[in-house]
Design a protein around this ligand. Structure first.
Ligand code: PEP
Ligand code: MN
Length: 340
């Protein structure tokens, strides 16, 4: 960080700043300008509280230079991370091939799940999504099939080889979900459940971390940092739309987050155009736009009978629409030197 003194700040005020910087275990480099003095702080100050310096007499402002997250940052980790998904297909997300995760919002029945799983596999998905534990706004809505849903997901993996991506909502569910899942999803509503993030960092499965509906990118990356800091380096960031004043969509899909996250972080970025729009007719175009913007993966809700889906039918596409979308993104992927 850089401490900018007010014009006319005295020598004793600058010296006081220097003393506090040294007490923090850091070094200073003082630059005396014609208008003001600037104290550049040298050393890793990510975990230092800059408000301590901000309130000192004679200080105008403190400008952070380093991102507050470390392991998630390109400053610390230059190579891009490729996350292996597991499953017999051996897919991954983060390399040249764009990984597509597809399946129903919720696991509803054996027939529903297997039908979709076979279809999305056929169309080129590398992983099957499906919630067995559902975070629902209304406590009277369908809450998921719980362990039975996980068993069905495992059966679908057996039949198709697809890796299984499914949500874990709490620390106590972690061992159970981890027994069945290849990838743990942490949902938007849990992005700042710090105990859950830490627990996800201490288990071996890769994590798909969804952006909270009102989270800034910095908060999103700090949430990822919780997982990384506990030792799990297989983290994927999922942009799934944020809440805005707009009403023509359920959430506003922030596609600029894709190149921005790539600029500041080495973690792969997955786009969820289903929750990101809430509207089936917008999903295909947003998949294409996400690939054009450099997304490393997509997660898409697919249902054979969306009208009767127990959750998120309005944003679920059919297997046929999914297959068409896959064909379309292959052409976009080729245009941006990727494969799908
Ligand atoms: C989901 O993937 O079905 C889901 C609930 O997502 P989010 O946490 O992004 O709302
Ligand atoms: Mn959903």
């Amino acid at each position: 960080m850089v401490v900018v003194m007010k014009p006319g700040a005295g020598q004793s005020q600058v010296e006081h700043v220097i003393r506090r910087v040294r007490e923090m275990g850091l070094k200073e480099h003082v630059i005396v300008g014609t208008e003001r003095t600037v104290v550049a702080v040298i050393g890793d100050d990510r975990n230092k509280d800059r408000s301590v310096l901000e309130v000192l007499d004679g200080v105008d402002k403190v400008v952070p230079i380093l991102a507050p997250y470390k392991m998630a940052s390109v400053e610390v980790h230059k190579e891009r991370t490729v996350v292996p998904l597991g499953g017999r297909l051996g897919g991954s997300i983060g390399g040249t091939r764009i990984g597509v995760i597809a399946g129903p919002c919720s696991v509803e029945s054996r027939q529903q799940l297997l039908e979709v799983a076979l279809a999305v596999k056929e169309a080129g998905a590398v992983a099957l999504r499906g919630g067995a534990f559902k975070p629902r706004t209304n406590p009277y809505s369908f809450q998921g099939l719980a362990e039975h849903g996980l068993e069905l997901l495992a059966e679908a993996r057996e039949q198709t080889g697809l890796a299984i991506v499914t949500e874990v909502m709490s620390v106590d569910q972690m061992p159970l979900v981890g027994r069945y899942a290849d990838v743990l999803q942490i949902g938007a509503r849990n992005m700042q459940n710090f105990n859950l993030l830490a627990a996800a960092g201490e288990q071996p499965r890769p994590v798909l971390l969804k952006r909270g509906i009102s989270a800034t990118l910095e908060e999103f990356l700090l949430a990822a940092e919780y997982i990384l800091a506990r030792g799990n380096t297989n983290v994927m960031l999922c942009e799934r739309g944020i809440r805005t004043y707009e009403e023509y969509v359920r959430n506003t899909l922030a596609l600029a987050a894709v190149p921005e996250l790539h600029r500041v972080s080495h973690l792969p970025v997955v786009v969820d155009p289903s929750h990101g729009t809430g509207k089936r007719h917008l999903v295909d175009a947003m998949c294409r736009a996400a690939v054009a913007a450099g997304a490393d993966g997509l997660i898409v809700e697919v249902h054979a009978d969306p009208e009767h889906a127990l959750t998120d039918g309005a944003q679920s596409i059919t297997p046929r629409q999914f297959a068409d979308m896959m064909r379309a993104i292959r052409r976009i992927a080729a245009a941006v030197d990727r494969e799908a």
